[in-house]
Write a new protein. Structure first.
Length: 77
C-alpha cells in the first residue's frame, strides 16, 4: 500500500512519548475504527481490531449509549 489513500489523505502511525501508538490508543478509547484500506493487511491490523472489539464491548466513546451507541453514520445525541 502507498502512503496516501484515494482521497490523498496521509496514511501514517503516530507515536507518543513512551512509544505509545496513538492510533491504537484512540481506537481503544472508542474514538476511532479499525479500517482496512483496499483489503490489504497492515502491521497493526490485529491489534487495532482487538482494540475496537474491547471498546465496543465496554461501550466506550462511539459505542456508548450516550454518544453514537455504535451508529457512527448519524450525528451524536
Amino acid at each position: 500500500t502507498g502512503e496516501r489513500d484515494k482521497y490523498n489523505r496521509l496514511l501514517a502511525y503516530g507515536f507518543l512519548e513512551g512509544n505509545v501508538n496513538y492510533n491504537k490508543l484512540m481506537i481503544e478509547q472508542g474514538y476511532g475504527h479499525e479500517y482496512t484500506y483496499q483489503s490489504q493487511p497492515y502491521e497493526y491490523q490485529e491489534e487495532f481490531m482487538q482494540a475496537e472489539d474491547r471498546a465496543r464491548a465496554n461501550k466506550l466513546g462511539l459505542w456508548s449509549p450516550s454518544t453514537c451507541d455504535g451508529n457512527t453514520k448519524q450525528p451524536a445525541k
